[in-house]
Design a protein around this ligand. Structure first.
Ligand code: GTP
Ligand code: MG
Length: 342
């Protein structure tokens, strides 16, 4: 086993930090270390925290972490910033806000900024979560800004998803996108000290009621699914439903944090009933394998197609001598490009 992987298992924080960098950038040794650590994963409770910018996600993560520490649990925090191409900025702000947690060896904080594509970040986040899991943290909290596809991505790697909203943030229907119902296990209305609280809570409740019972199947099969498709419930799949819980918090004052923790515990207990967790993991792995396979096949194919070949094909398409689909077929068949000359 790689020395770093062994050190991570022994609780060496510096080794964990170094290995996270290696894995994040898919550097040499990344696959071997992940393979060595993989058998040690599957123990952490992975909680995703998403929601619009400034809703109070980091403040909540901070408060939750302190509550979990009081309960003797260890916590790893992964702040994923898909909007910033640089490490720094918002993430640095998060670090400063999280200074309350600094110096506690039961807490590990890491941020990751996007490099390249969204797909790349999804891969890197999944691998990072696995390292933190293998390192033995009881809870891994993954924070990401809810914008477009990101919320769906987080649902594909977390076991419990918190969607954080705040009153007056472009209410009501606008901020409360339909997709939230399908990914949220717990809806947190943070900044409960702000005006407009009742409107926001009412809006969310209405949405949940609308989604029930007609969309039952969507509610229970939300994780990692093609979101618009309601999965039919088979006879063997007749587990009790999980209806998203709404919790009100004032993260800055620690208000509602115990209730939130209770909701998280309740959802975790639900997952451990009747094989829910296994089914959730199965669906998530199915999606992950498809993504990895697609990326690997594309990379392998592109090894055999030079930029020059590609631009020749594009010219042919522009000359209307080749359809885009024919160009793809050409590449797949590994044919010589000259064949299309007439
Ligand atoms: N009044 C009030 N302010 C809050 C509350 N929670 C957070 N804030 C403040 O709201 C601001 C944003 O909080 P963050 O925790 O950084 O929000 P975030 O969702 O992590 O923001 P991004 O990571 O930038 O998307 C900060 O100034 C917090 O102090 C709350 O419950 N009440
Ligand atoms: Mg934040």
């Amino acid at each position: 086993m790689s020395a770093l992987a062994t050190q991570v298992l022994q609780g060496d924080r510096r080794a964990l930090a170094r290995l996270l960098t290696i894995v994040e950038n898919a550097r040499e040794g990344s696959d071997d270390a992940l393979a060595a650590l993989f058998p040690h994963t599957g123990h952490a409770h992975i909680v995703g925290i998403t929601g619009p910018p400034g809703a109070g996600k980091s403040t909540l993560v901070n408060a939750l972490t302190q509550a979990l520490r009081t309960d003797q649990k260890t916590v790893a925090i992964l702040a994923v910033d898909p909007t910033s191409p640089f490490s720094g900025g918002a993430i640095l702000g998060d670090r400063i806000r999280m200074r309350d947690l600094a110096g506690d060896t039961g807490v590990f904080i890491r941020s990751m900024a996007t490099r390249g594509s969204l797909g790349g970040l999804a891969r890197a986040s999944r691998d990072a979560v696995r390292l933190l899991d293998a390192a033995g943290y009881d809870h891994v909290l993954v924070e990401t800004v809810g914008a477009g596809q990101n919320e769906v991505e987080i649902a594909r790697m977390a076991q419990t998803v918190l969607v954080v909203e705040a009153p007056g943030m472009g209410d009501d229907v606008q901020a409360i996108k339909a997709g939230i119902l399908e990914i949220a296990d717990i809806l947190v209305v943070n900044k409960a000290d702000h005006p407009g609280l009742d409107n926001t809570v009412r809006g969310l409740k209405m949405m949940l009621e609308l989604g029930h019972p007609a969309s039952r199947t969507q509610v229970m099969s939300h994780h990692g699914r093609a979101m618009s498709v309601a999965a039919p419930v088979s006879a063997s799949d007749d587990q009790p439903l999980w209806m998203p819980i709404i919790v009100q918090t004032v993260a800055t004052e620690g208000r509602g944090i115990e209730a939130l923790l209770d909701a998280i515990r309740a959802h975790r207990a639900h997952l451990h009933l009747d094989g829910h967790l296994q089914r959730l993991e199965h669906r998530q792995l199915e999606i992950e394998l498809q993504e990895r396979l697609r990326d690997a096949l594309l990379a392998r194919l592109l090894e055999h197609v030079s930029a020059q070949d590609m631009s020749v094909l594009i010219e042919r398409i522009q000359q209307r001598r080749l359809t885009p689909n024919q160009a793809v077929e050409t590449m797949l068949a590994g044919l010589r490009f000259g064949q299309f000359e007439d």
